[in-house]
Design a protein around this ligand. Structure first.
Ligand SMILES: N[C@@H](CCC(=O)N[C@@H](CS)C(=O)NCC(=O)O)C(=O)O
Length: 404
């Protein structure tokens, strides 16, 4: 299952062939240029069609050595420069393209869900919109690529999307060996179990021998195996590719239990024919910090995504929201508020963004509390309490480093 979750997803972007027709063409152009540069430089010292290192080259040894060293140095510089362009180009590519391409869930209420007219909403979607607001001053300049759990990492590696914001758990393997970086946590989750009330089970410890509906390519599969193994229980996994199929399987009685991140259990429960006939068991068996992910090697874009999320948190901490942000901008004397809104301090300089980048996020998307409440919190159908997702000063884990 580990292999299905991460191992089979190729860490080398050039080999990640899924939807290759949709990948960013500038990446291909630059890779092609690198190959031309390498071949060209190998031939640079050619006399009589022989490269400098050819055995019967007629140069004296010192000239041969100097020429070879110059060639190697030049190729190193050119390669580094061309690779630098590849690695540092996401913000430029996004600006040129005119929108952020954001990978999201195929449809998970509260996190990313399209309405009848294809308009997306959700907490993960709001993170994408915040990035667009920061870059363009327009939260609408974002397009969404719906992805299953199995597809998501390849889509990011191949350049098909600029950022993945799809209820994705931050793990060591994903953060280190897939060529990806997690830019923060927009929701602290944990894995749980949902069962039909008629099963008469009140604790996960009583699930020995159960059949379990589960989604492929997730940490959920791995945690399930760990949990049953460490409690000496057996189970039969019934695996699906999409949440809708998983719920339908559970609804149709193909399994006794449905397991997923707890936030999603509540989201999935409201899609059942009889939501009242199912209960979520009390056990939370894992840590699932969910957050946006970018490709490794592009620190500027990593920072843009990371600080877009932090701006939403900092705004909540400073008491700045979409309703009062203009008033705050005009009248606040609080130095923290003024720095956040780009009136003093470093503004957007270090990020390559306009000084109003965080103002635009708050004005157009809102602070973290607003996004949480309308998507998954008390202002939503899911009714999830802030819990671990409260700000640090309210006893939760959400925390933005200082804006200074
Ligand atoms: N957070 C976990 C699970 C993510 C996940 O894909 N969960 C499923 C279970 S509900 C889901 O979101 N499915 C929605 C879909 O693909 O349609 C992970 O990163 O592996």
């Amino acid at each position: 299952m580990g292999a299905r979750d991460d191992g089979l997803v190729l860490a080398v972007p050039a080999l990640a062939t899924r939807r290759s027709a949709c990948r960013d063409p500038t990446l291909d152009v630059w890779r092609w240029c690198q190959s031309v540069v390498v071949v060209g430089l190998l031939l640079l010292d050619t006399k009589n069609c022989c490269p400098a290192w050819w055995p019967d080259n007629q140069y004296p040894l010192e000239v041969y050595t100097m020429k070879t060293l110059k060639s190697l140095a030049a190729s190193a510089v050119l390669l580094t420069l061309s690779m630098g362009v590849v690695q540092a180009s996401t913000l430029d590519t996004v600006k040129q393209r005119g929108h952020v391409q954001c990978g999201v869930n195929t449809g998970l209420p509260g996190f990313s869900f399209p309405d009848d007219r294809g308009k997306w909403s959700g907490l993960d979607v709001d993170v994408c919109r915040a990035i667009a607001a920061a870059v363009f001053g327009d939260a609408g300049k974002v397009k969404f690529t719906p992805l299953t759990a199995k597809e998501r990492f390849t889509a990011l590696q191949s350049g098909e999307i600029d950022v993945l914001s799809r209820n994705t758990t931050w793990t060591t393997t994903r953060d280190t060996s897939l060529g990806l970086n997690f830019a923060g946590v927009d929701y602290y989750d944990g894995q749980g179990f949902m069962v039909k009330k008629s099963l008469g089970v009140n604790s996960a410890k009583d699930l020995g021998g159960a059949s379990v509906c589960i989604q492929a390519g997730t940490t959920t599969e791995l945690n399930l195996a760990d949990y049953f193994r460490s409690n000496n229980m057996k189970y039969t996994p019934i695996t699906y590719d999409k949440a809708a199929e998983t719920v339908a399987g559970f609804d149709a009685g193909r399994c006794d239990v449905l397991t997923s991140d707890q936030s999603q259990l509540y989201a999935l429960r409201i899609q059942l024919k009889d939501p009242g006939g199912a209960i979520v068991l009390p056990e939370v068996i894992s840590k699932e910090p969910l957050g946006p992910v970018v490709r490794q090697g592009d620190d500027q874009w990593f920072n843009v995504v990371k600080w877009s999320l932090f701006a939403m948190l900092e705004a909540e901490e400073m008491g700045v929201n979409s309703n009062n942000v203009d008033d705050m901008k005009a009248n606040s004397k609080n130095p923290g508020v003024r720095r956040l809104l780009g009136l003093e301090g470093i503004g957007g300089k270090g990020l390559g963004l306009p000084n109003e980048w965080a103002y635009n996020i708050v004005k157009m998307v809102g602070n973290y509390a607003e996004a949480f409440d309308r998507n998954v919190g008390m202002g939503s159908k899911l009714n999830i309490a802030r819990g671990l997702n409260a700000l640090w000063k309210d006893g939760g884990l959400q925390y933005a480093p200082p804006f200074r």
